[in-house]
Ligand binder design. Sequence first.
Ligand SMILES: O=C[C@H](O)[C@H](O)COP(=O)(O)O
Ligand SMILES: C=C(OP(=O)(O)O)C(=O)O
Length: 359
Amino acid sequence: MTTQDNPGEDTSDLHVAAFQPLISPHDLLAELPLGEQRAALVRRTRDEVRRVMAGEDDRLLVVVGPCSVHDPAAALDYARRLKAFADEVRDELVVVMRVYFEKPRTTLGWKGLINDPGLDGTYDIHRGLRTARRLLLDILDIGLPVGCEFLDPTSPQYIADTVTWGAIGARTTESQVHRQLASGLSMPVGFKNATDGDVQVAVDASRVGRGSHVFFGVDDAGRAAIVTTTGNPDCHVILRGGTRGPNYGEGDVADSLKLLEKHSLTQRLVIDASHANSGKDHVRQAVVASEIAGQVAAGQAGIGGVMLESFLVAGRQEIGPEMTYGQSVTDACMGWDTTEGVLGTLAASVRERRSAAGA
Ligand SMILES: O=C[C@H](O)[C@H](O)COP(=O)(O)O
Ligand SMILES: C=C(OP(=O)(O)O)C(=O)O
């Protein structure tokens, strides 16, 4: 019953200005289908990531790309360069492009391309969904797998079929809703440690995400539904530092690996070289990445992946009338030249780890 049905009992929706119908996931997927060729790439690369994180493949997963996508043309331009480089290091790195459309903000700010594709407070979510899905398909056509953060519990239905690796962010790792969501996702999912640096919440999240759950959701036709999941066996932890400081150092990694072992979780983790591990300083990020590479080269088998925030142009900019092509509008990113150097260093570290292991 709504307040319209019973105006004398208007106790609901007092702070809701509007409800608008939303296209169903089924209709959007029919409009922009994945197709068998792209699906084959998604399946193959999900399996590669799964094998890397399970320690069955000695390569390193590298999730690299802009903090957020605001300009699909620049993201595609970036994807072409990344693909060319990824091919050169394919024996050492499984490269997944960060294609993030949903931004969890500390307070207020632009919430990403799906929410506000015009970057101007017009919130054309239909355009956002179509633009996001089109871009994901275009990047797959280049031959590159994609990674996304899942923030809204409904939005994955519109894009998740294209995604090889998913993340749950630091602000939502402790959320039951997001843990349940991860339990039904079809790709490996990384949980960030909390913003204060607590790794236990990410460990808890990985355990919960592996289990089966029954919860409120939306089905393919966009109808409210009771969702029953079977659990996602490929949940893992991402170290991103926190307000207490970075947590990518040798000691922190060893402590986190002990925590994983204690809870019988995958003995490999991902380290985010950005966010609180770099103090959001893109120059520092390259230094952090090379220190992580040093640990890999020294034989640390528990490091399964690295996350990097990188775009065509270094740094960040405010959203406004005059914008620099290929520069982040959220966190500062490494520029492309620095990124190539960092990817080369990470690839070399894998070769050293391999030879140290006598492979
Ligand atoms: O990765 C992006 C940001 O770190 C995250 O969305 C928080 O951003 P904010 O602190 O600028 O809101
Ligand atoms: C928001 C992000 O990171 P975190 O959740 O670690 O802040 C991100 O990776 O874009």
